[in-house]
Design a protein around this ligand. Structure first.
Ligand code: NDP
Length: 341
């Protein structure tokens, strides 16, 4: 069976590739934006014959996936859609975040319906951002679960890059469910809604000076100065990237996950929680990196909404990796690469 994976170069996507290849059950066609990136991935995966690539250069285009699907769609049994901008280094919130997320998602659903008649399941990587707006997660009396939606309107969200990213993920996930219905699609849909994703890069070669947006929280502390502040305003929930990939593979294989939104969260954290773990576990860094106010994360975390993802946990049936392990595996890899340079 063949899986199409959009955004194959991404942090999460590379773990999905790794886990899918490990099963030896699937052929994977990944979409990439350049030959250079495809070549690097191919080399990292040791020219595995089950892995091939197609070009989808800019998902902001309305027919972004048409050409690739016209050519290869008939081969696909499953679609994993992960490509979406997750960066705040942007000029225009609407053009750089919202439009590519929505257009890319609409295009891949439409191309699946039109050109990929054998697809049984469509798995979209949405986000906890589609469950709760930034402010909704900060209201202690709120309870957020698999049925909750971020309801912040575009006019408000577009003023701020973070809220725009949240809006982009919400509108994109809505497009999947809406188009699935209106186009009378035969395949089943599962939405994967991770909170902040931590954990090592699939390959050491991806450990660059700046990491992907979520892992940069950890990288930033590892490379901080003693006097740098540690903000308790950066807070939320975390899940390990290996568990995100595991849930994606499960969404393909396990029929009971069809039709669900899965909130992947292993627990709460604030930036201070990360600083505390790193200071405690790495004596060689202690005294050199930001310290903040140790233990002050408890209060920050306590101010957040109740995140109730027990339905997801029951459906998936595996334990999520905890914060200390996830952070340490991330830091170990950063330090290893730093030492080799
Ligand atoms: P990355 O930035 O590592 O991956 C993003 C992927 O999307 C890359 O393959 C990137 O291609 C591709 N992409 C971005 N913009 C475009 C575009 N305009 N045209 C074509 N391709 C594009 O991020 P993550 O792996 O962290 O994120 C993957 C998915 O998971 C996203 O949908 C994100 O919203 C979601 N997510 C991530 C969370 C996290 O904490 N990391 C939490 C919740 C959801 P290229 O490599 O060429 O830039």
């Amino acid at each position: 069976e063949t899986v199409f994976l959009s955004g194959a170069t991404g942090y999460i996507a590379q773990h999905i590739l790794g886990q899918l290849l490990e099963t030896k059950k699937y052929k994977i066609v990944g979409s990439v934006r350049s030959q250079e990136k495809a070549d690097a991935l191919k080399t990292n995966f040791q020219n595995n014959e089950d892995l091939s690539f197609v070009f989808v250069d800019d998902i902001a285009k309305e027919d972004a996936f048409d050409a690739a699907f016209q050519k290869h769609g008939a081969e696909f049994d499953y679609i994993l859609h992960t490509a979406s901008p997750f960066t705040f280094e942007i000029k225009d919130n609407k053009k750089d975040l919202i439009i590519p997320a929505i257009n890319g998602t609409k295009s891949i659903v439409q191309a699946t319906v039109k050109y990929a008649p054998n697809v049984k399941k469509f798995v979209v990587t949405s986000s906890y951002a589609a469950v709760a707006s930034p402010s909704a997660d900060y209201i202690k009396s709120n309870t957020l679960n698999e049925e909750t939606w971020n309801d912040q309107p575009l006019e408000e969200a577009v003023k701020d890059p973070i809220a725009s990213y949240y809006y982009s993920k919400t509108a994109a996930e809505r497009a999947v469910w809406d188009l699935h219905k209106s186009l009378n699609a035969k395949f089943k849909v599962t939405s994967i809604n991770p909170v902040f994703v931590f954990g090592p890069q699939q390959f050491d070669s991806s450990v660059t000076k700046k990491l992907n947006t979520s892992c940069e929280f950890i990288n930033g502390i590892v490379h901080s100065q003693l006097d740098d502040p540690v903000s308790n305003d950066i807070k939320g929930a975390f899940v390990d990237v290996r568990d995100v990939a595991k849930a994606q593979v499960a969404a393909i294989a396990d029929d009971k996950l069809a039709g669900h939104r899965l909130i992947l969260s292993a627990g709460r954290f604030s930036l201070q929680s990360l600083a505390d773990i790193i200071n405690k576990k790495y004596p060689q860094l202690k005294g050199k990196i930001a310290r903040g106010v140790p233990g002050s994360d408890k209060e920050a975390i306590d101010s957040l909404a109740t995140l109730d993802n027990h339905v997801t946990k029951e459906l998936l049936g595996f334990e999520f990796i905890g914060l200390t392990e996830s952070v340490m595996d991330t830091v170990n890899q950063i330090l290893k690469v730093d030492a080799s340079q």
